[in-house]
Design a protein around this ligand. Sequence first.
Ligand SMILES: *Cc1c(COP(=O)(O)O)cnc(C)c1O
Length: 420
Amino acid sequence: MQSLWYPYAQMRGHEIQNQVVAAQGVRLKLRDGQSLIDAISSWWCVIHGYNHPILNEALRAQANDFAHVMLGGLTHKPAQRLADKLVEITPAGLNHVFFADSGSVGMEVAMKMAVQYWKNLGVTGKYRFATLLRGYHGDTTGVMSIGDPEEGMHHLFKGYLPEQFFVRPPEGCGDARGAMRTTVEESLEHLRTTLQNHHSEIAAFVCEPLLQGAGGFNFYPPEFLTAARILCDEFQVLMIIDEVATGFGRTGTLFAMEQSGVSPDIMVLAKGLTAGYLGLSATIANDRVFDAFLGDGYDKAFMHGPTFMGNALACSVALKGIEIFEQEHYIQKIKRINQILLEELVGFMAPGVREARVLGACGVIEVTDALVLKGLQAFAAERGVWLRPFNNVVYTMPAYVMDEADLRHVCATMKAWFRK
Ligand SMILES: *Cc1c(COP(=O)(O)O)cnc(C)c1O
């Protein structure tokens, strides 16, 4: 009997050999004694590595006080301190933090906030979203509707999902689907016409900044975001930025938005926020959004409150994680990782490879056909590396504590597959 139902898996004949019994630093230790370098930091969240003594201690200390209390009618220091800290480190103007428990829910909160923002201002009819093709924002209903309509599950859930407006992203790199590349100018033109024609229905423009993750690892330049901010203002549409994957250093700066020089109205963080210890997201709004919810009664209030909102263990570990990030100069570590990835991957060519590209601490080899990657996972595991290719991409998003030898071994393993 299969009591455990795995993610993104066909369960018929499903078998997983890799049982993790311990994890330390960047290494997973398996039941059979084998050790694997985790090249993808457990879906990109374990940025400090596994079993971090300081994070462990932060959890233990908080558990001794209390693990959790509801945030409705009660408050506590870890939640307040984390909110203060996030306001301090995120782009200017983002001053109000709403906690939830995962990236998907954090994004749902952002979308709900945007819709209610316009209602509260007395503007009706703005309840749809403009977004970029090739995006990924999570697996719940609202965010599925803004995920890439071809890669995602739109056909399966047609009729169930709200229909949104999709804009071609700038594609600075080969497009797996053989479509033509789109320049920043072309993409902005598409955004402009979309907003021009439909702004009376659109609550917000929403996208992942610089690095579109699970939608196929498309990288694009910050100029797009700078100009998109202006278009959003021109057409009276909020800007929501999903930094669930890019937040905490992945693109080379603490937040990807910093490179654009502009701030969104709402920004969402999760994944690296708790470094893989616990589920937590932060939806951070500027004054303009927050102020629209102020009033005398409940009619304008934001009616949302997940049970585990502001969980004290999660907030404590997040605070400590941010402290480590700052004190141990992670931005420097990320620069070093970036340098090694550039050396190892950029320019790599082999039969079946479309393009290798690097942004910050993310290195990608994209192939012409997903079949080219079939068997790569087992091949890498035999060489002591945990990789999980998907569609036509094999990538590494290492923990920032990975040392040079391990990172070079990860890259060598990715490349060796194409030479075998
Ligand atoms: C992973 C991811 C999400 C969803 O986060 P979960 O915690 O898995 O719900 C949302 N947006 C982006 C950009 C992500 O990479």
